[in-house]
Design a protein around this ligand. Structure first.
Ligand SMILES: [Zn+2]
Length: 395
């Protein structure tokens, strides 16, 4: 049976619907855990294609799990993100992630009656680590890990399916001091802003002596209200990123020491609160990468023939998924886009980007079909995953 032909035809027949879904999510950007419209839109579209959808799972109102009729055979999870960034909207193109996942699911639903396996779409909120309790995939991990494999795409300025991402902590550092007249009675004040400034200085002093792959960066959120009042409260939102979880733990610990040092030096009490859930580093999977690359070449994407492993400096909760099952997060090229910039937000809703999204939907659907129908391929992906886990443990 020509599963791919039928799935591809169905995706083509639904292209206007998919583009509309992508543009609608793009037009009304919603922050993490507030993606009410996007999650409802996707849930409704999936129900219309024979999926039974549970919306509001794992303690998240905007997370969902969409299942086809259960069958014997392997289960392929497709991951959908749909959160936006504060101020600049869909500058990471998660609208394209959502619509390509929906497109793949629609294509696969056209062959579901004959396909010897299962397709589950996981709606995973709050990927951007800027909102409280970010990391929908971390919170959904006990569900996602029931799949044999998980796949998704992410828009980018290049094609790629074989890469890593950094593990990450995202946390708020607060200092509590005492206000006084900054000119009249400074000796009566305890300056919370100095706690924040010393934290940044301590991190900058550390910077020269850290592993080159480690990233520590952040912003000052509150620095006081008035120059003539000693700030009694100041805060910073910081990230620590590292290529492995043990390194992340080590450098996070060093930053905690810096915060304690700043507390001692200033007398302002400190408090540290994790903002996002801890994101793990991504484990690449060459088997899945090659399968996806071949399928994308078949639908006319100009994928490079051989793909070098790409070390990514960013972080994603996809990393946590890749630590428990073989998983693929492939980059699809929507042009020279700078993600997380206002210009990036414009580029994630162009006709060119939507064209790539349709191809990505096919690439995902075809890769799911390969994994369901070729037992050796699925076994190879699992074997590679076990190997990567073992190598990581010895790093
Ligand atoms: Zn993103």
């Amino acid at each position: 049976m020509d599963y791919k032909g039928i799935a591809g035809k169905s995706i083509d027949e639904h292209r206007e619907v998919l583009i509309d879904v992508s543009n609608r999510i793009h037009r009304e950007p919603e922050l993490g855990h507030q993606e009410y419209k996007a999650s409802a839109l996707l849930a409704e579209a999936l129900r219309g294609h024979g999926f039974s959808v549970e919306l509001g799972v794992a303690g998240m109102r905007t997370a969902f799990i969409a299942r086809g009729k259960p069958r014997e055979g392997p289960t392929i999870g497709i991951l959908a993100e749909y959160d936006a960034l504060p101020g600049i909207g869909h500058a990471c193109g998660h609208n394209l992630i959502a619509s390509s996942a929906l497109g793949a699911a629609i294509g696969l639903s056209a062959v579901a009656a004959d396909l010897p396996g299962n397709v589950v779409v996981y709606g995973t909120p709050a990927e951007e680590g800027v909102v409280e309790n970010a990391g929908g995939k971390v919170l959904l991990l006990d569900e996602i890990r029931k799949s044999d494999v998980a796949i998704m795409v992410h828009p980018a300025s290049l094609w790629g399916s074989y890469g890593t991402s950094n593990a990450r902590e995202s946390f708020l550092v607060e200092f509590f001091g005492r206000s006084s007249h900054a000119g009249g009675a400074p000796e009566k004040g305890i300056n919370a802003l100095e706690g924040v400034l010393l934290t940044f200085q301590g991190i900058n002093a550390l910077r020269q002596h850290i592993d080159r792959e480690v990233r520590i960066h952040g912003i000052i959120k509150r620095g006081g209200d008035s120059p003539n009042v000693v700030p009694d409260y100041a805060s910073a939102h910081l990230y620590v990123r590292a290529p492995t979880m043990p390194m992340l733990g080590e450098y996070y610990g060093r930053v905690m020491n810096i915060v304690k040092g700043a507390e001692l030096a200033t007398g302002a009490r400190s408090k540290v609160t994790r903002v996002a859930n801890t994101y793990a580093n991504s484990l690449p999977n060459k088997t899945l990468s090659d399968a996806f690359r071949e399928n994308m070449a078949d639908v006319g994407a100009e994928y490079p023939a051989e793909i070098e492993l790409r070390r990514g400096g960013g972080s994603t909760d996809f990393g946590n998924v890749s630590q428990v099952i073989p998983a693929l997060s492939a980059y699809v090229n929507i042009g020279p886009v700078v993600l997380h910039s206002p210009e990036g937000a414009r580029m994630t809703a162009t006709p060119e980007a939507n064209e790539v999204m349709i191809k990505a939907a096919k690439g995902l659907a075809y890769t799911a079909i390969d994994l369901i129908t070729e037992k050796e391929l699925l076994d190879a992906a699992k074997r590679e995953h076990r190997q990567r886990l073992a190598e990581q443990a010895h790093r």
